[in-house]
Design a binder for this molecule. Sequence first.
Ligand code: UDP
Length: 242
Amino acid sequence: MTEKIYEGKAKILYTTDDPDVLLTHFKDDATAFNAQKRGTILEKGKMNCQITSALFQWLESKGIPTHLIKQSAPDQMLVRRVTIIPIEVVVRNIAAGSLCRQTGLPEGQKLPFPLVEYYFKNDDLGDPLLTRNRLLVMELATPEQLEKLQTLALSINQNLQDFFSRCQITLVDFKLEFGINNQGEILLADEISPDTCRLWDQNQNDPQSRVMDKDRFRRDLGNVETAYQEVQQRVLDELASQ
Ligand code: UDP
């Protein structure tokens, strides 16, 4: 018996026969600007599911615990049930997006160190940026959990930067979500895909042509599907060559 327990903007979560296992279905729907812009990216569900499964499996091999069990269909992933921590952990290597809008830093400026930021996962409040103390006051995580989130986020960043660089792709920034399993362990959850990362093609200099991620959709740059396909191809080729 499967039952839909949650439908988000890009994924649907179902129960399975095993109470500890959930099924994630990746949708082709795309939203941006807190769902004010909506559309469809053809085959996105399959591409993001494939990219997420491949990267999670690879991160596991580097010692990062994830909720992935296995990819069970082109657009479906079996995952361990976790309670999602309502924080979006963003890691930035290069200034882009809201960091530029809020600080005036020019897009493309390399940051002196990877910047780890925390946003409150709350659509009604527009996912506001949190300080570490606000997060603790709100009891979204304990101080120990916060330390662990930061360590995991930085380690994932280091690993992914190396990985994407071998794909001729610059990892500009990305968003992570974490969950807690019934043993109290923190596991990487959700997805890592062109929907949740900024990825720039190192073979392109032009600021628009280099974009290989959801900014193509957000900014109406065209060729969204082709860009996602190219990311998928390079990720799979890199894994095959290892
Ligand atoms: N991001 C995401 N989901 C969100 C907000 C941000 O996946 O709800 C990702 C986004 O794709 C980018 C990074 O987090 O790779 C940083 O996003 P930013 O804060 O710059 O927000 P934006 O400019 O996209 O509004």
